[in-house]
Design a protein around this ligand. Structure first.
Ligand code: NAD
Ligand code: ZN
Length: 370
């Protein structure tokens, strides 16, 4: 299978996303021409490093690129001020220069944290993303949003800082736990639902293969997703408009995650899966789309093993009032108004600030069921 390249067009800050197999083994060769000096710092987490650090280091070595490595604990709590300080101090202690490049080798946690460190140290240095989770390959590594969580909420401190390159090696998904893989798959489905009915139809036939490890289908799913995200990011880098479509299912999803205490009960992608069904239920109730749209999306998500209703997570109480409170606190609230991403059908998402509270309450009370 050949590598494929998707470009993110952002003028001087444009960059490529390379998707393929065995990319980590060849990464030194691909990265070398982009470096301002032949020196990188690899930052990874404790789950990913044992699998891929050595292969990456060998590849850099073979190109004569000096490399040092820092390993952080795995998990969302690493995306915090505490580890940000630890990471930045660690990087500075190595005596890096402005031409040194950071390499984020890991899932979205490492990508967001390292990206923010790259935006901050020495007032901004280059970084390369080597995303290792499906979620990071199709979503978080592309588009330049970086940041950390605070006690006031997720992703509240950060910066837009685009990477120089993204390397999506689909082979590394073999070691990703199945539940994480499926959670990432929810974001793949999202691209079909927001703007590409044909892709959604392809996923209906091939989604199980993507989840089960077929490399050709995985590559196709990652390429299509990156193309969709790259297009939206090129049109609206700082989320003044269209980029908000990428939040489809996320206003609901974030509220569900918050109510589950950002715990293992509900992973981000799982919350997005339920959230997308809720968004379609709401769209149906408001008369924007036919009920079979919700049904079609829901069936596919369920078929691959994703939760589609709060009833799929009975361990949480799912109090409607509490969920509404979480939604009101969402970053995307402007002038006290919530923006919702609704749909007119599969692949036809649109933004709306005009949502009746009653309809919203009905959706939350039903857990997403029509
Ligand atoms: N910047 C953005 O635009 C953006 C978009 C979406 C999500 N995010 C952020 O991404 C984060 C979630 O990303 P995630 O789901 O990748 O979480 P993660 O980085 O925590 O990775 C999930 C788990 O899988 C492990 N892992 C990753 N790759 C592996 C591999 N190949 N083999 C074995 N284990 C592996 C990790 O160690 C971790 O335990 C959240 O913090 C979210 O806010 C950012
Ligand atoms: Zn998401």
């Amino acid at each position: 299978m050949n590598n494929e390249t998707v470009s993110v067009e952002l003028g001087e800050r444009s960059y490529d996303i390379v998707v393929g197999e065995n990319l980590i083994q060849n990464s030194g060769h691909i990265i070398a021409p982009l470096l301002r000096q032949p020196r990188v710092v690899i930052i990874s987490d404790s789950n990913v490093a044992p699998h891929y650090n050595e292969v990456l280091a060998d590849s850099l070595e073979s190109e004569g690129i000096k490399h040092e490595s820092l390993v952080l604990p795995a998990g969302e709590s690493t995306k915090s001020f505490k580890y940000f300080v630890e990471l930045v101090d660690g990087i500075l202690a190595l005596g890096i220069e402005r031409g040194t490049c950071l390499v984020a080798l890991g899932g979205g946690v490492i990508g967001d944290l390292v990206g923010y460190a790259a935006a901050s140290v020495l007032r901004g240095i280059d970084f390369v993303q080597i995303p290792t989770s499906l979620l990071a390959q199709v979503d978080s590594s592309v588009g330049g949003k970086t940041g950390i969580n605070t006690v006031h909420g997720k992703n509240l401190v950060g910066a837009f800082h685009q990477p120089r390159l993204v390397l999506c090696d689909v082979g590394v998904l073999d070691t990703l736990p199945e539940r994480e893989l499926k959670a990432g798959y929810a974001e793949v489905v999202k691209y079909g639902l927001i703007g590409d009915e044909q892709f959604f139809n392809w996923l209906e036939y091939n989604g199980s293969k993507v989840c089960k490890g077929d490399k050709v289908s995985r590559q196709r799913a990652v390429v299509q997703s990156c193309k969709a995200k790259a297009k939206i990011v090129s049109e609206d880098e700082q989320e003044a408009g269209r980029r908000a479509l990428l939040n489809f299912g996320h206003t609901f999803g974030h509220a569900l995650e918050a109510e589950a205490g950002f715990s293992d009960i509900l992973l981000h992608g799982e919350a997005v899966s339920i959230g997308m069904v809720m968004a379609l239920t709401l769209s149906t109730k408001l008369g924007h789309c036919k009920s079979n749209t919700q049904d079609t999306a829901r069936n596919h998500l369920r078929h691959v093993g994703l939760p589609v209703s709060t009833a799929d997570r009975p361990a949480v109480n799912w109090d409607t009032e509490a969920l509404l409170n979480h939604m009101a606190k969402d970053k995307k609230v402007t002038d006290g108004m919530m923006t919702f991403v609704l749909a007119r059908g599969i692949g036809q998402a649109f933004l709306s600030r005009d949502v009746e509270r009653e309809a919203l309450i009905e959706v939350l009370e039903s857990g997403g069921e029509l």
